[in-house]
Design a protein around this ligand. Structure first.
Ligand code: ATR
Length: 279
């Protein structure tokens, strides 16, 4: 049997998901194809219905449809509903069910790179940005039980709406980006989730890290470029860095598990993906 998989979004030019899932299929000895569907909004419903009719095994959803897809699906699991965004859809007995693997993908990539971070829930965390990606990451860190998760964002209200996900009553302060620059030394883990610094705007960085601590871990979920300006400066100032392509790999791994019930090991893929990104 040949399984069909895909990715919907717009615009999708240089997605790495086809490369990742082709490797997963090959490693798992599953025959299948992973295709790109670059859709306009008015084409969305028709395509989802076609996926259902054709019995697609599953698909990923990217910008700008992670929220818009929800009413078009047959169901959404609890985590995706609470986050308010779907990045993975699985065909479960003919029903298209939405999931969110972004947050858990981030957490696992962090655990893989810095296992000690997950052993102390009292560390102080700062998330920069308050968009869809920040929402998924905040949700999972809060569920995991971290006790202090601040949010710095350009628009205060957007940060407030994420802080409303705090059901476990951790401490969450909302900061401006300027304050985050001054306070960067106060955090054990800083997670950058905005698109500031993404190609072709590599010269930009959302915060300065001149006062950062050497023990701080700075994570950037941007992976194009792999070395964002923020990560370069943080490393120059002595901090430890965590690159964005690893979250991409893990969110894909969890999506693949939703489709096939298991996933191959990521051994080697981190290095290969890094090489691919570095051209
Ligand atoms: P994603 O789904 O990738 O998280 P998003 O939902 O569009 O993308 O969120 C983008 C994030 O980047 C937001 O936090 C946004 O800040 P606002 O809430 O103020 O809009 C942030 N962002 C985008 N461009 C920015 C810029 N030039 N300076 C600072 N923050 C920016």
């Amino acid at each position: 049997m040949k399984y069909r998989l895909g990715l919907i979004g717009h615009p999708i030019k240089h997605s790495l998901s086809p490369w990742i899932h082709a490797r997963f299929l090959e490693k798992s000895k599953i025959e299948g194809t992973y295709s790109i569907f670059d859709l306009r909004e008015h084409e969305l419903k028709k395509q989802i219905d076609a996926f259902r009719d054709e019995g697609i095994r599953g698909f990923n959803v990217t910008i700008p449809y992670k929220q818009k897809i929800i009413p078009l699906l047959d169901g959404v699991d609890r985590m995706a509903r609470e986050i308010g965004a779907v990045n993975t859809v699985a065909n479960m007995n003919g029903k298209l069910i939405g999931f969110n693997t972004d947050g858990i993908g981030y957490l696992k990539s962090l655990e893989q790179a810095f296992p000690e971070t997950l052993m102390n829930r009292e560390i102080s965390i700062l998330i920069i940005g308050a968009g869809g990606a920040a929402r998924g990451i905040y949700y999972i860190l809060n569920q995991f039980g971290f006790s202090s998760i601040d949010i710095a964002n350009r628009t205060y209200q957007n940060a407030q709406s994420i802080a409303a996900l705090n059901t476990r009553k951790n401490t969450t302060n909302i900061l401006s980006l300027e304050d985050a620059s001054t306070m960067s030394g106060a955090y054990d883990l800083i997670i950058q989730t905005t698109n500031v610094g993404m190609r072709p705007n590599e010269a930009a960085s959302p915060i300065r890290t001149s006062s950062i601590n050497k023990s701080t871990i700075v994570s950037d979920i941007i992976y194009q470029p792999i070395w964002t300006k923020l990560l370069q400066e943080a490393a120059e100032n002595g901090a430890r860095v965590h690159h964005g392509h690893t979250m991409l790999l893990y969110q894909a791994k969890f999506a693949f598990e939703k489709w096939f019930g298991h996933s191959p090991s990521l051994e080697d893929m981190d290095r290969q993906l890094k090489q691919l990104l570095e051209g």
